[in-house]
Each structure stands twice: as C-alpha cells, then as structure tokens.
Design a protein around this ligand. Structure first.
Ligand code: URA
Length: 234
C-alpha cells in the first residue's frame, strides 16, 4: 500500500507537491473514481491509477497482464468483434498484444507499448518458453509423448522444436513450447491423433498468470515482474 501522491511521484510523473496539486484539481482517478485526497492509500500492484485518461505505471512503458477470456480476438481493432482491448477500461492507445492467442484460447496475454521487449519475447531466436494447460479429446500414448519431446512433425514440411510435456491424466496435460507457430498446440495434438478441447496459457518466459485474476480481468505488472522481463532485453 502507498499514498496516492507518493505513487505519482514514484512513477516519476510529478514531484510530490505537483502530485498533490494534480489530485486537488481532480485529475487523478483510482479504479474509475476521482480521488481528491493525496493521502488516499492505493495498492500499487492492483489499483488502476489514471492521470486524466492515461494509465500511470512505474516504468516508462506500460505492461499489462490480461487473463484473456474465450470469445475475444487478439487484434488491435475490430468493428464487429470483441477484442482484447474491450477488456481494458482505459485508453489503450499505443498498446499492443505480445503474440496471439486464438479466439477460443484463454489465459496469459501480455499487453504493452514496449516494442523492444515484444520483439525479444516473440523472436524465435530467443526461445522463450510458453506453457499451456491443455485438455484433449483422446489420451496420448507413450509414442506421442516421445514424438513431442523429440520434435513433432505437424505436417509434411513443418517440424516443431522439442517441447516439454507433463501428462496430468488421460485428458489433460501441461505443454511447454518455445515457438509460436500458427495454431501450434492444436496442430501438435492433432498430429497425436487427438484434438484440443480447452486451451489456456499459464506462463510466458518469467511471467506466470496470476491465479487471482479471474477470466477477463487484468492488472499492471508488478515492479519485480517488469524487472524480470527487462532482464531478457540484455
Ligand atoms: N497454440 C494454439 O493452437 N492456439 C493458441 O491460442 C496458442 C497456442
């Protein structure tokens, strides 16, 4: 917990006295409500602090963890379909998703305005692990698991890199892949004579989906999560 004026100063948005003035002039809101007291306590890891229509965060860039719901597309704009940006309740100008999740996939999606980091996380050269919880129609056998671990062919020309599988039971598993081929997990399961019935991303590099986030909810990354991600840039 932290005082609101201290938080604005901590985010290098204003000095402490400027922050007090901004608050007094009703320019600062917390979770959608204008706050007039500088000593208002906020949870810096959870609350959405906005200066007019800009989200205030500790770093020069904004980093948001969304627990993407099914039925929402990972696109910047769509006239007719619901996009991930419809899940956010602030001005999302300049923000973009780091990679894509299918419309029917749930789970961890990072949204940011940090282009360098996005490049780092998505570049096949950097082999960032992505872990999925997968439910399937038909159980995998030992041969399938071996193929996945050694690098499975998903069609005549495309072979996946070796991936980690942790079988939970006949109909669910954890799968960790380093690439991001189109519909990769679904095609990997298809190559094992099964089909995905539910897919949820739970990890991406050092980021773990916050269990407290309900489907459709989001939060800013904490300072320590941002540090872990920025360490990837070096
Ligand atoms: N693999 C898929 O098939 N779909 C996703 O959304 C992510 C990985």
């Amino acid at each position: 917990m932290m005082r609101l004026d201290k938080y604005l100063a901590h985010c290098k948005l204003a000095t402490r006295s400027e922050a007090k003035k901004l608050i007094r002039s009703e320019k600062v809101s917390v979770n959608g409500t204008i706050i007039r007291n500088a000593d208002f306590q906020i949870d810096e890891n959870k609350d959405h602090v906005m200066l007019v229509d800009q989200l205030v965060s500790y770093s020069a860039h904004t980093y948001i963890m969304l627990n993407k719901p099914q039925g929402v597309i990972t696109a910047t704009k769509s006239e007719h379909k619901k996009t991930i940006f419809d899940c956010l309740d602030f001005n999302s100008k300049g923000l973009f998703p780091v990679g894509r999740l299918d419309k029917d996939t749930e789970g961890l999606l990072l949204i940011t305005d940090d282009g360098d980091l996005t490049h780092q996380l998505l570049s096949p050269k950097h082999h960032v692990d992505k872990t999925y919880y997968v439910e399937i129609e038909k159980p995998l056998n030992e041969k399938h698991v071996k193929m996945i671990r050694e690098g499975i062919w998903i069609n005549d020309e495309e072979k996946c890199m070796p991936a980690e599988v942790q079988v939970i039971n006949d109909f669910s598993l954890y799968l960790t892949i380093q690439e991001g081929k189109y519909h990769q997990v679904k095609r990997m399961m298809h190559a094992c004579d099964s089909e995905v019935t539910f897919l949820k991303r739970i990890k991406m590099g050092p980021l773990v989906l916050d269990e407290k986030l309900k489907v459709g909810e989001y939060r800013l990354l904490s300072e320590s999560e941002i540090k872990m991600l920025l360490a990837l840039k070096k």
